[in-house]
Design a protein around this ligand. Structure first.
Ligand SMILES: NC(=O)c1ccc[n+]([C@@H]2O[C@H](COP(=O)([O-])OP(=O)(O)OC[C@H]3O[C@@H](n4cnc5c(N)ncnc54)[C@H](OP(=O)(O)O)[C@@H]3O)[C@@H](O)[C@H]2O)c1
Length: 287
């Protein structure tokens, strides 16, 4: 079986490529530039296609002859609806490709513009590729992993809001399942982790697992804008500030039963992910 993975050099695409390759699936990695092709090969891709999601250049050749397409958009990209349209249209023209779209948990939350773009992209995908499968992952544990290992979780939203974050490798494994097995056509799956934790609770768990103190600190959105958010395009910064406000209000919580069923085992907890990564100076546990 051959699967095209869009965004294979990014955080999510890399994990999905690795999950597929470890199951013996031939991954064709869509990369924006050949300069980064080694990242895709390192994840286990067998071949490379250069694709520009903004212009659509390279898409017909990339989808030619594949059995399935995994599509994701670059994070908070203003053009993500049209990107979905371009990739879905190329896959539909190829005819026989199974299509899986990587969306987000609660895409119809109108308080977050980039979530709403995902809802629109889902709509476009379903209308273009009959039988497309949609995955809606929660926020990844890996977003906070390196910060926890370095001893400080500093976030621009409430330390007490609830989150059911999910292990990215579990998401990638679920993606591999729906890409390679029948029975998921036309379905939409929420992929959330098995526990609900605030950032304050995540810091406490990390302190215990890693054996060193991990602080939880609130950073004001203004300080975030002037610091980590400063180099972002205006729209991406606005999208993320809207997300922090939504996180302040209600966090981001989903259910884990679907992921449990797809994996056929218990999804990994925050403690599992920390244990596998280990402390900064320590040896990571293989899994
Ligand atoms: N982070 C989370 O917790 C989370 C949770 C749920 C859903 N999601 C969603 O997952 C998706 C992927 O997020 P991510 O963090 O994995 O993204 P990412 O690391 O930024 O990766 C984006 C990928 O897209 C590629 N790309 C960017 N512009 C491109 C273009 N014009 N043409 C072709 N390729 C292009 C990048 O290539 P280069 O390597 O060349 O830049 C990279 O491979 C996003 O839509 C996000 O909303 C994320």
């Amino acid at each position: 079986m051959r699967v095209l993975v869009i965004g294979a050099t990014g955080k999510t695409g890399h994990a999905v490529t690795r999950a597929l390759a470890s199951r013996g699936i031939a991954v064709r990695a869509a990369v924006r530039s050949v300069d980064r092709q080694n990242m895709a090969y390192a994840a286990g891709a067998r071949s490379i296609s250069v694709v520009d999601l903004v212009s659509g250049a390279g898409l017909p050749a990339a989808v030619a002859g594949v059995d399935a397409v995994y599509h994701l958009a670059p994070n908070v990209h203003p053009d993500e609806v049209r990107m979905a349209e371009r990739v879905a249209a190329a896959a539909a023209a190829e005819g026989r490709a199974r299509f899986v779209f990587h969306s987000v948990l609660h895409p119809d939350d109108a308080s977050m513009p980039h979530h709403l773009r995902k809802a629109e992209a889902e709509h476009v995908v379903r209308g273009t590729v009959p039988g497309a499968t949609v995955l809606r992952p929660a926020a990844y544990h890996q977003n906070l992993l390196e910060a926890a290992r370095s001893g400080r979780l500093a976030v621009p939203y409430s330390l007490d809001s609830p989150f059911s974050n999910v292990d990215l490798d579990d998401v990638a494994e679920a993606a591999a399942v729906v890409l390679t097995r029948h029975g998921h056509e036309g379905l939409t799956y929420e992929l959330a982790g098995p526990e609900v934790l605030s950032v304050r609770e995540q810091a406490a768990v990390a302190s215990e697992v890693l054996g060193h103190h991990v602080s939880a600190e609130h950073v004001s959105p203004d300080a975030w804008s002037a610091g980590p958010g400063t180099g972002l395009p205006e729209q991406a910064r606005a999208d993320l500030l809207a997300m922090f406000t939504a996180y302040d209000r209600e966090g981001l919580v989903g259910e884990a039963d679907t992921l449990r069923r797809l994996l056929g085992r218990e999804p990994r907890t925050w403690a599992d992910v920390l244990r596998a990564a280990g402390p900064v100076d320590g040896a990571a546990t293989n899994r």
